[in-house]
Design a protein around this ligand. Structure first.
Ligand code: ZN
Length: 336
């Protein structure tokens, strides 16, 4: 399941390569034919992620809402951005101070407050679109070049968004629907705060208030999208280890400074995830260890997917237990 950083990166692709030009909207698979007809020929004027959901606003006021769920994926091709940048540890430590998207009002204009674009390599070129293809889902994968533009849809494509320079094919989403502004507001109102949407200080207060009134284990609250947006199984396990917090403590019994620390850590990790495309959760790595962490998931995490392996801090075997239908990983000593 894609976590929040992936969806923010997908929103960025749309912002850079689809906004401001008419979009041909179709449903090659047919299941979204009626929705596609409502959007066809209009321009995308805003692209936003809130947690795990993507919202694209078109110039006549209707929105496309997409939730990838577990199996969904976007395939981009043509003039798209491939994130070739792999920052060093020095960048990682400053990442929390940059990269935040400003927002005014509940769903106001999103303004990039940093020049992240300067760090990335757009494959855009004058003339014909380049033949690159990039899959964006839980992971990002550069696939074989396309042979001509636009490429034929592959498989059951629910919706295709096509401009003269770029194409995005959506497959396997949990949700794909046209919404009015009122419906978008109602959807977002049910979601917990996202550090990259609106003022993170306001988000922190909402998060603290929600956690501190619930008897639910903190490990479940972190993945409850009504409490906080965008956290999935990897970030949840890693954030609890980073806080040395017992995952089973009821939210209302977790000390307030720990709850605030969890939020601030999410702000930091999400920002870093959006920049790198990786869920980097280990700090203070040597340059070599940092490169290993970027290259290999086995070297990237404190506890996630490390059942039975020695804790990187105390050596105790990492524990795993199903909680709410998802695997939870933790160190029984550091997180006692
Ligand atoms: Zn430990």
């Amino acid at each position: 399941m894609p976590e929040g950083h992936s969806v923010h990166r997908i929103a960025r692709q749309f912002e850079r390569h689809f906004e401001g030009t008419p979009v041909t909207v179709t449903s090659p698979q047919g299941r979204f034919a009626a929705g596609a007809a409502q959007l066809d020929g209009h321009e995308i004027v805003r692209s936003e992620a809130v947690g795990k959901q993507l919202f694209l606003e078109f110039d006549h006021g209707l929105w496309l809402r997409v939730h990838l769920g577990i199996y969904g994926a976007w395939d981009f091709a043509g003039d798209i951005t491939v994130d070739a940048r792999r920052p060093g540890p020095a960048d990682a430590t400053t990442a929390s101070a940059s990269g935040r998207m400003g927002q005014t009002g509940q769903r106001g204009t999103t303004v990039p407050t940093t020049d992240l674009a300067a760090h990335e390599h757009s494959l855009s070129s004058m003339g014909a679109p380049r033949l690159t293809r990039l899959r964006m889902s839980e992971q990002e994968k550069l696939e074989d070049d396309i042979e001509s533009f636009p490429p034929e849809p592959i498989g059951a494509v629910r919706v295709r968004l096509l401009t003269d320079r770029a194409v995005a094919d959506l497959r396997g989403p949990t949700a794909c629907e046209v919404q009015t502004p009122e419906q978008v507001d109602a959807t977002i109102a049910k979601l917990g705060p996202d550090p990259l949407v609106g003022d993170p200080a306001v988000g922190e207060e909402r998060f603290v208030a929600a956690v501190r009134k619930k008897p639910t284990p903190i490990a479940l609250l972190l993945m409850d999208q009504a409490v906080v947006s965008g956290i999935g199984n990897v970030y949840r396990a890693e954030m609890l280890f980073r806080a040395r917090q017992n995952p089973f403590t009821p939210g209302k019994e977790v000390r307030e400074e720990v709850v605030r620390g969890l939020w601030r850590d999410w702000v930091k990790l999400l920002t870093l995830g959006v920049e790198t495309g990786q869920m980097l959760t280990m700090d203070d790595l040597s340059p070599d260890a940092y490169q290993r962490a970027l290259a290999s998931r086995a070297d990237r995490h404190w506890v996630y997917h490390r059942t039975g392996e020695p804790c990187r801090v105390c050596g105790t075997p990492i524990m795993m237990q199903e909680l709410g239908g998802r695997k939870l990983y933790w160190c029984p000593v550091d997180q006692a």
